[in-house]
Design a protein around this ligand. Structure first.
Ligand code: NAD
Length: 432
């Protein structure tokens, strides 16, 4: 099938590349000329396991091309995916300007029947708005269908998630579009992943509701972590004991330094905003967001309990990305922690296996070090912010030799407190 993807970010690049890998002819379009130029040379805009190899292979075999020519891409495509960003406005509402811009461009250049698929995360009712924009920007009348097909991939496992999703949700009322998308996803459905058809509005809400539910579980456990700390209970065992109940399940029950990334924070706020616009105040979602913001700020008070004065003292962060196996630092807890440390006039050092380049765009005044141990020389404390696998079994003896004060604040509970203490460190985790 001939596919055009608008927006070559995390979602668009993964979607386009994986569709090309299934034998489709894909053009990935972006307004960012530099990004397209780099991708043509095989240079990736971000780190995502397994993606580069697929991009290089499918580009070589000419099934995947990168372009800034929207008109040409639209005219040649049978299916057009909208995968542009929907960042939050000041009030938390999703900014749909990029989606609407693409809709207008599609309307201006459409030359025959197309299925237009909205993969960006958008509030309920957006498919209808996209349809109206396309209709009103057409020069001559061409039939088309607008569908909702939210994306559920996780950064860090995006390729695997595309190839083996838990489910594919499609919102459409058109039988013609349904047949085409069923055909397009045929190879993915073969892996037993169910495809679910519903109406566009329900499909749009499914995406927000799923992310909001996962975020709620995280904030719920983070709230309980404080009770564990006050009473001497252990949040990890608490999560285990709860998760063994099959009605609850064990996933997304890990307490930590809070969720980040480009999705959970914005989607929780946007869903709350949508509810409120429809006259339903969202007490749960506002609380989920509040607890998360508070949690992001919870590590530095723990550090200050052990080391009251931070001014001029070297404090090291291991991990900057909002989660492991990605270079994405958008809304990452590391950004809040760095801000807090700078307010205390601490000397901030950081190491991350993949995200330092990205972090440099967001925060200045941090010493980025290319080696995790090198970063620890003369440090007063180490803060674990992202649970990269390589941090899980560190050389505690070497760390002890390198550090000036032996303090570890474990924002992801990756260490066994007894082991760390046995090595002579002062330790604080989350909820234990
Ligand atoms: P991103 O910021 O990484 O990429 C968006 C891209 O769209 C950018 O490269 C930008 O230059 C491009 N763009 C903007 N306007 C354009 C236009 N008119 N024509 C062509 N390209 C244009 O965004 P992302 O993280 O891939 O997210 C895209 C959408 O998918 C968002 O709605 C997001 O909420 C949703 N989503 C993201 C994830 C994720 O893990 N990142 C997962 C599921 C859903």
């Amino acid at each position: 099938m001939k596919i055009a993807i608008f927006g070559t970010g995390y979602v668009g690049l993964v979607t386009g590349t994986c569709f090309a890998d299934l034998g489709n002819n894909v053009v990935c379009v972006d307004i960012d000329k530099q990004k397209i130029k780099d991708l043509k040379k095989g240079k990736m805009p971000f780190y995502e396991p397994g993606l580069k190899e697929l991009v290089v292979r499918n580009s070589k075999e000419k099934r995947l091309i990168f372009s800034t020519d929207a008109k040409d891409a639209i005219r040649k495509a049978e299916v057009i995916f909208i995968c542009v960003g929907t960042p939050p406005k000041e009030n938390g509402e999703a900014n749909l300007q990029y989606v609407f811009d693409v809709a207008k461009t599609i309307g201006e250049n459409i030359n025959g029947y197309k299925v237009i698929v909205d993969k960006s995360t958008v509030p309920v009712g957006t498919a209808e708005k996209v349809e109206r924009i396309i209709k009103s920007s057409q020069k001559s009348d061409h039939p088309f269908d607008v569908c909702s097909n939210p994306e559920f991939l996780r950064e860090g496992a995006a390729v695997k998630d595309f190839q083996n999703p838990d489910r594919i949700v499609v919102g459409t009322s058109s039988e013609r579009a349904k047949l085409i998308l069923n055909q397009l996803y045929k190879s993915v459905i073969r892996t037993e992943s169910p495809i679910m058809f519903t109406d566009p509005k329900t499909s749009e809400i499914i995406k927000y509701a799923s992310n909001a539910m996962l975020a709620t579980r995280i904030s719920f456990m983070n709230e309980l972590s404080h009770l564990c700390e006050s009473t001497g209970a252990d949040i990890k065992d608490l999560a285990k004991g709860m998760g063994l109940d099959r009605r609850i399940g064990s996933r997304f029950l890990q307490a930590g330094v809070g969720y980040g990334g480009s999705c959970f924070p914005k989607d929780v706020k946007a869903l709350a905003q949508t509810l409120e616009q429809h006259g339903h105040p969202s007490n749960i979602l506002r609380a989920v967001d509040y607890v998360n913001e508070r949690q992001k700020k919870s590590l530095i008070p723990k550090l200050k309990k052990i080391l009251p004065r931070l001014e001029g003292r070297k404090i090291v962060l291991w991990g900057l990305s909002f989660k492991p196996r990605t270079s994405d630092v958008r809304e990452a807890p590391s950004l809040t922690i760095i801000e807090q440390l700078k307010n205390e006039y601490a000397d901030v050092y950081a190491y991350d296996p993949e995200a330092m380049h990205e972090a440099k765009k967001y925060v200045k005044g941090v010493h980025y070090v290319d080696d995790a141990y090198e970063a620890l020389k003369g440090a007063y404390a180490l803060i674990i912010v992202t649970e990269w696998d390589q941090f899980r079994e560190p050389d505690f003896e070497l760390m002890k030799k390198l550090m000036r004060r032996k303090i570890i604040i474990d924002g992801r509970n990756i260490f066994n407190p007894d082991t760390v203490k046995a090595h002579g460190f002062e330790y604080a985790g989350i909820g234990r």
